[in-house]
Write a protein that binds this ligand. Structure first.
Ligand code: C2E
Ligand code: MG
Ligand code: MG
Ligand code: MG
Length: 268
């Protein structure tokens, strides 16, 4: 940070997320980042059992002018404490809509539960799609399950409004939070994404294998698609196919990459 000689004095360090000074620093830097256009989207492919790419997930990156690439783990939680998450979220949707034709598949965007607390979230989302003539059916909204949604509250009204528009809804990190089953009964959705922690021990942990099978059974009965995230080995991929997963995502099959480094159909 010395090189810049300006206000970049505190390192971006996830261990400092609880630190008030660090939080305010990241907030200020992130506001500048939006003006300086320092955010980027990486895309990670999602495959079917035959290794055919079916969709891409947009994952935000911050290319800081001094610090280089900063992962969302280091700034999303801080953005969620203010209106910054709405600004980041809007930027992500805009960018994903621009990239969509080149991706050649539906695209998933991550939406923070904090964004869903605004009564006008769904109409604003609809307006963003309309501005770029984007078909809502080609958009998937991933909502993380780790934060409880208020039953019958504004959050659920927004989810319903998005679905009415034709946007698909995925429950992200399913099983990681405290209210997985509550989520299933409280709102309608189209995709379940099994949290990576269940996938990583699949070969060794009998209980994780049982849980994954049970989630797949629920998904099949509804029926909704079930994505396994964080697949790193062929063994995990095979076990997940046996368990009844329908979609697959992970470093084994494809890492998140900038659009121009993806091998998409349109590049052929
Ligand atoms: P997520 O939505 O559950 O995304 C999956 C994360 O797992 C990504 O981390 C991805 O790079 C990583 N991943 C994918 N495959 C593997 C694998 O095989 N092994 C391992 N170890 N990791 C894998 P990333 O990009 O750092 O994102 C972290 C989280 O930040 C995301 O988790 C999501 O909750 C949040 N996030 C990312 N982009 C956005 C965004 O635009 N808006 C919001 N609100 N949150 C975002
Ligand atoms: Mg996600
Ligand atoms: Mg996830
Ligand atoms: Mg996750």
């Amino acid at each position: 940070g010395k090189r810049s000689g300006r206000n970049v004095v505190v390192p971006f360090d996830p261990d400092m997320l609880g630190d008030e000074r660090h939080r305010r620093f990241v907030e200020r830097e992130l506001r500048a980042a939006l003006l300086l256009d320092e955010l980027e989207l990486y895309y990670q492919p999602v495959f079917d059992a035959d290794r055919k790419v079916r969709s891409h997930e947009a994952l935000v990156r911050w290319r800081h002018r001094v610090r280089g690439i900063i992962s969302p783990a280091q700034f999303i939680a801080i953005a969620e404490e203010s209106d910054l998450i709405d600004k980041v979220g809007e930027w992500v949707v805009r960018r994903a809509c621009i990239d969509l034709p080149q991706l050649g598949t539906p695209v998933a965007v991550n939406v923070s539960p904090a964004q869903l607390r605004h009564a006008d979230f769904a109409p604003r989302f609809a307006a963003l799609l309309a501005q770029s003539n984007t078909d809502p059916a080609s958009i998937i909204v991933e909502i993380t399950e780790t934060v409880p949604l208020q039953a019958r509250g504004i959050e659920l009204a927004n989810v319903d409004a998005l679905r009415a528009l034709g946007v698909r809804i995925a429950i992200d990190d399913f099983g990681a939070g405290h209210a997985s089953l509550q989520y299933l009964r409280s709102f309608s959705f189209d995709v379940i994404k099994i949290d990576r922690t269940y996938v990583s021990n699949l070969g060794d942990s009998r209980i994780d294998a049982i849980i994954v099978s049970a989630i797949c059974d629920i998904a099949r009965s509804l029926p909704v698609d079930v994505v396994a995230e964080g697949i790193e080995t062929e063994e995990q991929f095979a076990l997940l196919r046996e368990a009844g997963c329908t979609r697959f995502q992970g470093f084994l099959l494809g890492r998140p990459r900038p659009l121009d480094e993806l091998h998409v159909a349109s590049a052929a």
